[in-house]
Design a protein around this ligand. Structure first.
Ligand code: ACO
Length: 473
């Protein structure tokens, strides 16, 4: 078998929950000052799941959707990994639950289990899948990577930075987005910025300020590493002009704008020939640069036009759905292809920064195919996402709070059936049928012919509730 060329992403399938809470309404409900969540954090909406969904159902939905939309055979998959930090079982991988889809088609020969480290697990799984295809272990089949999470925080300042969702990626040779070989830069360290030591709770312990500093430091280090590798490999000088688009893990969109400005600041430091009004920031001590608001504001303003072009289009899903932990970065990449035409994406270079607390971070990049016939179907497959975002069910903050309470009380309990009606989910969505006395879960999928709000044999009382959450359901 010959060395495979252009290994990377062939197709993306994004699953966004049907329910969300609006950040402007959440501000009022939480008693936060007007604009704190919408301007200060840069968010518009936060997707969330009721008690009828869990990490396995999200992953099942994304993988089944991918297989269906791409119309490929289940026997063509030889590697499947899940990146997640939503721990439902301390031993049994989410991947094993996904095997239900493959076993019924006679395929049990699939490598890979789960990758865990906060928001980084999806990237670790992606690197593993790409490594498999580029290795002597490869048997010629495709790999699938799933990045999925339910990001929920206890009431308080971190709660508005939650979200939920899943991205399934089909990985193979001759890809639409091929990963740039030899240009992966990684930074890992031991820090308690965000972690989940209480195994009876879905909520993390989080030191918000520390997590932001760790994020920005990891960005500095991986950017420098990426530049060094490009210089060594291709004798290439890298600055922001090298990337046509730049994507970041997005815990909230304001941090992404700060991150772009931070790279612009690093470029400024690297070029000692420039002297202008930003010169005053050249000699700020490194540790102070993370908290120096004047510096931050100056470089946000300096990089605004470039940010609007290269990064803002990647924030469609993160702005409206929030932090999906492992899935967020890949939802940014999907957003680029929703907001730009195939012609605008043709042959372009996309930079990617992945961050997971604790911590693990990498910077890497993709080159988009120059073959328009290959790119058009890739974009078409993502075009339904804007419609989906605009047709979700908006839940009032007080009802969202009640649903979070219910999740807290029930999430790890055996012997239960979910209370949220599954017929309110999008078509093709997997959901929990039952958790038995031994904690074993069973799942089923909503019909792909939409029966939303329709009970067999007639209409329900909730026919008028299509655009909002009806709390008595
Ligand atoms: N109008 C406009 N802006 C406002 C307003 C207002 N009325 N009120 C506050 N702001 C601004 C603040 O100035 C601040 O901006 P800045 O970051 O530029 O200084 C921003 O809104 C947030 O306000 P803070 O008071 O700093 O927010 P708080 O401390 O309450 O919480 C935080 C923010 C730390 C992000 C919290 O939500 C959190 O802990 N989230 C989880 C951790 C996280 O996401 N970390 C990021 C990396 S790790 C990861 O991905 C999980």
């Amino acid at each position: 078998m010959s060395w495979p060329e252009d290994v990377g992403i062939l197709a993306l399938e994004v699953y966004i929950p049907k329910t969300y809470v609006a950040h402007d309404e959440l501000e009022v409900f939480d008693g936060a000052s007007t604009g704190k969540y919408t301007i200060g954090l840069g968010q518009r909406g936060m997707g969330f799941c009721s008690d009828v969904e869990d990490i396995c159902s999200l992953s099942l939905t994304a993988v089944h959707g991918l297989m269906e939309r791409q119309n490929i055979s289940y026997s063509d998959i030889g590697h499947l990994q899940v990146g997640t930090e939503t721990i439902q079982d301390k031993s049994k991988a989410v991947k094993t639950v996904l095997m239900d889809l493959f076993v019924k088609h006679g395929n049990t020969d699939i490598e890979g289990v789960d990758c865990i480290n906060a928001c980084y697990g999806g990237t670790a799984a992606l690197f593993n899948a790409i490594n498999w295809i580029e290795s002597s272990s490869w048997d010629g089949r495709y790999a699938i990577v799933v990045a999925a999470d339910i990001a929920v925080y206890a009431s308080g300042p971190a709660r508005p930075t939650g979200g939920a969702g899943a991205v399934a990626m089909l990985i193979g040779a001759n890809a639409v987005l091929s990963i740039d070989r030899g240009l992966r830069s990684t930074y890992m360290a031991h820090v308690y910025d965000f972690y989940k030591p209480d195994l009876n709770s879905e909520y993390p312990r989080v030191n918000g300020k520390l997590s932001i500093q760790c994020f920005l430091k990891a960005l500095d280090v991986t950017y420098k590493g990426y530049k060094d590798k490009a210089a060594m490999k291709d004798n290439q000088d890298v600055d922001l002009s090298y990337f046509d688009f730049m994507t970041f893990h997005s815990p909230y969109c304001k941090l992404v704008q700060k991150s772009f400005a931070r790279l612009c600041y690093q470029d400024y430091l690297a070029d000692s020939t420039v002297t202008d009004k930003l010169e005053q920031f050249r000699h700020v001590a490194v540790e102070d640069t993370y908290i120096n608001r004047d510096l931050e504001r100056a470089f946000i303003s300096h990089s605004q036009e470039e940010f609007d072009r290269k990064t803002a289009p990647s924030l469609l899903i993160p702005k409206n759905v929030g932090n999906m932990y492992t899935a967020t970065l890949y939802s940014c990449i999907a957003s680029l292809f929703v907001n730009n035409s195939p012609e605008e994406m043709l042959g372009k270079r996309i930079g990617a920064f992945s961050y997971g607390s604790g911590l693990a971070a990498s910077m890497f990049s993709f080159t988009v195919t120059s073959d328009l016939d290959k790119l058009r179907p890739f974009c078409n497959d993502l075009s339904h996402l804007s419609h989906h975002l605009n047709n979700r069910i908006k839940v009032a903050p007080e009802d969202f709070e009640k649903m979070m309470k219910k999740r807290e009380q029930n999430h790890y309990l055996p012997n239960r059936t979910p209370s949220y009606p599954a017929n309110r989910l999008s078509q093709g969505t997997y959901h929990i049928v039952q958790v038995d006395e031994e904690h074993r879960r069973t799942y089923t999928r909503t019909s792909v012919l939409d029966t939303l709000h329709k009970a067999p044999g007639g209409t329900t009382n909730h026919d008028k509730c299509a655009a909002h959450y009806c709390p008595h359901m």
